[in-house]
Design a protein around this ligand. Structure first.
Ligand code: NDP
Length: 567
């Protein structure tokens, strides 16, 4: 149905009002959260997936390539390094195995929202076809472990270990890493592969530590308490704070298993249909070697646009294009509303579940069982209309004067965003701390290299392109990093460092492509827009498009001597 512009303008007004409500409740922005799990919050960081704490002597040795973090960034880059003959590769990982996000996130219902044939990396190399259109968490973790085995990454890996500092030793042209296990490891090349969203965060809620029941963060699921199949919850009153992508997947199982479930909502997610099916084995059998690489190349080129469409687009002014895009996004969100009305029986609950923000202001979700869960008599939505839970007593959360008496409280409150992809202390040339260097704004080449920090590579940080399929982005970075290291090795260089000019070029490139629209400022707060904080234009993703990012990388590699200093 076609609508007048006034229809869209009115909805945009409502979006703005809903945003205002949230910004006014939390002008402190990202400071509303903490990832400092010391003291009484320590229990939220404990790894529940590993039974054994492996005692070992401190390590003092030197490797060629060292990865901080053992998730997909490390695995897919290591594969490329092995292909180029690099033998000495070490992963240092805080978990007890590889897998990164898929090691930690094992909550019931965990699955990936990106089509598996695109999301799981190295399918050609591993000769593996995923079991379903969308992979479940355990399959992805298994894939990570299989990659680590195939490429012999377990041999030198150290687990249950957190890097605390990384310091450049100018004379030796090596990095020295200290860890919380007393290690002093040296490495020629260091790759910060510690993920974008890896540190769990909690909202700073008054009284959080006074709760007397059981509680945990979704990335530290306590199956000893819930039971593997959640059967232990049948006589338990359970609460979950947060309704982001994690909660959307966890709530259906909890609703089925718990005696009572309270879902504490601050902002609803947009939830579309999930089109999932088991992989068609006939299709899988016909796949030719290199099939995933071909898919990646097709995805990189983006959708094909006909000459006719191109002509039509060219006839629009910039404003018209923007309005057209916005209106289509609003149409999408109204379809999401419509789906809620058709699915959720109680009209007040349905109304509360409607997200009032522009499509993609928050991470879109896809699920077929989340909305129907609210039709269960034991499941209750506690809508805080943007305010959120601000008080927890020994019984549980309190809202609107009502105490919620819970046995179990689950925090689905998300993860700290690694603006720079680093969180240990990194000291480069001339004693320069990377945090200090970034004080006046992030400065990198391609989001990967930074001047003054030779042989350091950052993955998944800002100033890189953003992709809904993160592994596409990571693979592109991994390929690039492996090429750079191979180049340095081939030419017997001990160190590779971007030039000041190359870095400045990229910072300006990032700035030129950011802030073209007011979209970020107009979006409801969330981690996509730093909880509504205004930020420097260079402190975000590169918005020039993935293909452009890919091409820039290639250009940089084609002109290695112009972009880097070697020693
Ligand atoms: P999010 O940061 O997306 O969600 C946190 C939730 O907690 C939000 O709903 C937030 O509300 C809410 N919240 C925070 N503080 C309070 C409070 N005081 N009271 C009530 N609610 C509160 O974290 P997730 O773990 O859900 O997801 C993080 C990201 O991980 C996703 O965006 C996605 O990128 C990835 N992911 C991917 C999955 C997949 O592929 N399927 C699955 C799960 C996660 P508000 O919105 O108002 O801030």
């Amino acid at each position: 149905m076609r609508h007048e512009q006034a229809y869209y303008d009115k909805i945009k007004e409502k979006f703005a009002q809903e945003r205002e409500i949230r910004v006014n409740f939390r002008p402190e922005g990202t400071a509303q959260f903490t990832s400092d799990f010391s003291g009484e919050l320590e229990k939220y960081a404990v790894d529940p997936y590993s039974d054994d704490w492996v005692e070992r002597e401190p390590i003092e040795d030197t490797v060629e390539c060292l990865f901080i973090g053992g998730g997909f960034s490390a695995l897919l880059t290591s594969a490329r390094l092995r292909e180029r003959g690099v033998e000495s590769i070490r992963i240092v990982e805080r978990g007890a195995d590889v897998g990164g996000t898929w090691y930690w996130n094992r909550y019931p219902g965990v699955a990936c929202d990106v089509v598996s044939y695109d999301y799981l990396p190295l399918l050609d190399e591993m000769n593996y076809v995923p079991k379903n259109h969308y992979s479940r968490g355990d399959e992805i973790l298994g894939h990570c472990q299989a990659i680590a085995k195939k490429y012999d990454l377990y041999e030198l890996a150290v687990f249950q270990t957190t890097v605390t500092s990384t310091t450049w030793l100018a004379e030796e042209q090596l990095w020295e890493l200290k860890t919380d296990r007393g290690d002093t490891m040296k490495a020629r090349f260091v790759i910060c592969a510690n993920g974008t969203l890896s540190k769990p965060k909690l909202a700073k809620i008054e009284g959080i530590e006074s709760f007397k029941g059981h509680s945990f963060h979704t990335s530290r699921w306590d199956y000893d308490y819930t039971g593997q199949d959640l059967a232990n919850l049948k006589d338990k009153v359970v609460g979950i704070i947060g309704t982001g992508a994690t909660a959307v997947q966890a709530v259906p199982g909890l609703g089925e298993a718990a005696k009572e479930l309270y879902v504490f909502q601050r902002t609803p997610s947009s939830i579309d249909v999930r089109k999932d099916w088991p992989t068609d084995q006939e299709w899988a059998a016909k796949l030719k070697p290199g099939w995933q690489q071909k898919r990646r190349q097709r995805n990189l080129q983006g959708p094909k646009i006909s000459e006719e469409q191109k002509k039509r687009q060219a006839a629009y002014t910039k404003e018209e294009k923007l309005r057209h895009q916005e209106n289509s996004n609003i149409d999408y969100m109204m379809r999401i509303h419509d789906r809620i009305e058709k699915t959720v029986e109680d009209p007040a609950t349905a109304e509360a579940l409607k997200p009032w923000y522009m499509f993609m202001c928050k991470r879109p979700c896809f699920h077929n069982d989340y909305l129907p869960t609210f039709n269960r008599p034991n499941v209750h939505l506690v809508d805080t209309h943007g305010e959120g839970i601000t008080l927890i007593t020994e019984k549980g959360p309190q809202f609107d004067g009502k105490d919620y008496d819970l046995d179990l409280l689950i925090f689905a409150t998300g993860f700290e965003v690694q603006k720079t992809g680093i969180y240990n202390r990194i000291i480069g040339k001339d004693n320069l701390d990377l945090e200090d260097k970034y004080q006046d704004g992030i400065r990198t080449l391609l989001g990967i290299h930074t001047e003054g920090f030779p042989n350091l590579f950052i993955m998944g940080g800002y100033q890189a392109s953003f992709q809904f399929n993160l592994t596409d982005m990571l693979q592109t970075q991994g390929d690039h990093i492996a090429e750079c290291i191979a180049y340095a090795r081939k030419h017997n260089h001990q160190a590779i460092e971007p030039t000041a000019d190359a870095e400045e070029w990229w910072v300006q490139e990032v700035i030129a492509h950011r802030g073209k629209t007011k979209r970020n400022e107009e979006c409801t707060p969330g981690y996509y827009n730093f909880e509504g904080e205004s930020n420097r234009r260079q402190d975000g993703n590169y918005n020039g498009g993935f293909l452009q990012y890919f091409n820039h990388m290639k250009d940089v590699r084609d002109k290695m001597q112009d972009s880097f200093r070697f020693s």
